[in-house]
Design a protein around this ligand. Structure first.
Ligand SMILES: [Zn+2]
Length: 333
């Protein structure tokens, strides 16, 4: 039993590898934990840090003074680095702080542990400085870098780390965690299907009231293929008021047509995200052929790329909606 590890759900495989490394005293100098945000990577890093300094057992007991301090984030030998609030990058000054500490003996425990959260945001100067630390690692220091995937950090970094990949959380796991936090059943189900394996996304969507905001968009989306020019232009205007919101809408559209694609391929219904709109999705899946659906999905992807560059938002949506409608099973009257 290890309290800190037991708190992490749905990650049996990476945790098994990690626990084995701890128990056999073979924790590598640097780990790279990959996976979507909010899937347990940081909790695992904390559990590892606690284990390496636990006063009573190999795997963090969760109750000794050391474990309690690590869990609370106040242990003197635990150092967590992430972009400063409001910033998008980890900068060289922050890495210098790590290096300064990493070459000293731990102050209280047996190991100093350095967790670099969002390690992919280290800018080039920070990365170069950090590389030196990984090249000549002090024996008492351990590093855990956390990033979405292996390719999001430079190969010079990932090649010096042991990569441990955390899978996106299953919908059932996300639903259970949401329910335990007091989110209602139906809402938990919808959020879990939209979260793409990430607890962080699930909670953000929950607090941003994304399900309520999307509820208004189902009708226009479902009737897109029957809409006349004026309605499409109005939609493009409404959805295109700001770039961020437009990107959100495009993401939602991609889910919508992806759902249809699953149904048109007779895929499992539990893969369908917007399951509460099954009749409309079924209708679309029957009317549009597989080829049209993949072309539509490509067009949405292209529009998303365009929006990320500085194109005119409304025009981009306009063009996309007209393209989608051109695949209408029957032209509007
Ligand atoms: Zn302990």
């Amino acid at each position: 039993m290890s309290k800190l590890f037991d708190l992490i759900q749905g990650q049996d495989r990476p945790l098994k590898i990690l626990k084995r490394a701890i128990e056999s005293n073979r924790v590598p100098t640097a780990y790279l934990f990959t996976g979507p945000p909010g899937c347990g990577r940081k909790k695992a890093a904390i559990a590892m840090a606690a284990s390496l300094n636990c006063e009573t057992s190999e795997l963090a007991c969760g109750t000794c003074i050391s474990c309690t301090q690590v869990e609370a984030g106040i242990h003197v030998d635990l150092h967590v680095t992430a972009p400063e609030p409001g910033k998008t990058e980890i900068v060289i000054g922050q890495v210098r702080n790590i290096i300064e500490r990493a070459y000293l003996m731990p102050m209280q425990g047996r190991h100093s542990i350095f967790i670099v959260d969002d390690a992919h945001t280290m800018n080039i100067n920070a990365t170069n400085a950090f590389l030196k630390t990984l090249e000549e690692p002090p024996v008492t220091s351990r590093f855990v870098l956390i990033a979405p995937d292996r390719d999001s950090v430079l190969p010079t970094i990932s090649s010096r780390c042991q990569v441990l990949s955390f899978a996106p959380l299953g919908r059932g796991v996300i639903r259970d965690i949401l329910k335990k936090s007091g989110v209602g059943g139906e809402r938990a189900k919808l959020l879990s299907s939209m979260a793409r394996g990430s607890m962080e996304r699930a909670f953000t969507y929950h607090s941003d009231e994304v399900p309520e905001k999307l509820a208004d968009e189902f009708e226009p989306l479902a009737s897109l293929h029957k809409s006349d020019d004026k309605k499409l232009l109005d939609l493009a205007e409404r959805w295109g008021r700001n770039r961020e919101e437009a990107l959100g809408i495009l993401y939602f559209m991609a889910q919508w047509y992806r759902d249809m694609m699953i149904l048109s391929l007779d895929g499992p219904e539990d893969q369908v995200i917007h399951i509460s709109h099954l009749p409309e999705l079924q209708e679309g899946a029957t009317a549009l052929k597989e080829g049209s659906l993949s072309t539509i999905l490509e067009a949405i992807e292209d529009a998303r790329d365009d929006l990320k560059k500085n194109t005119n938002v409304e025009l981009t949506l306009d063009r996309l909606l007209l393209t989608i409608r051109s695949y209408a099973p029957e032209q509007p009257i």
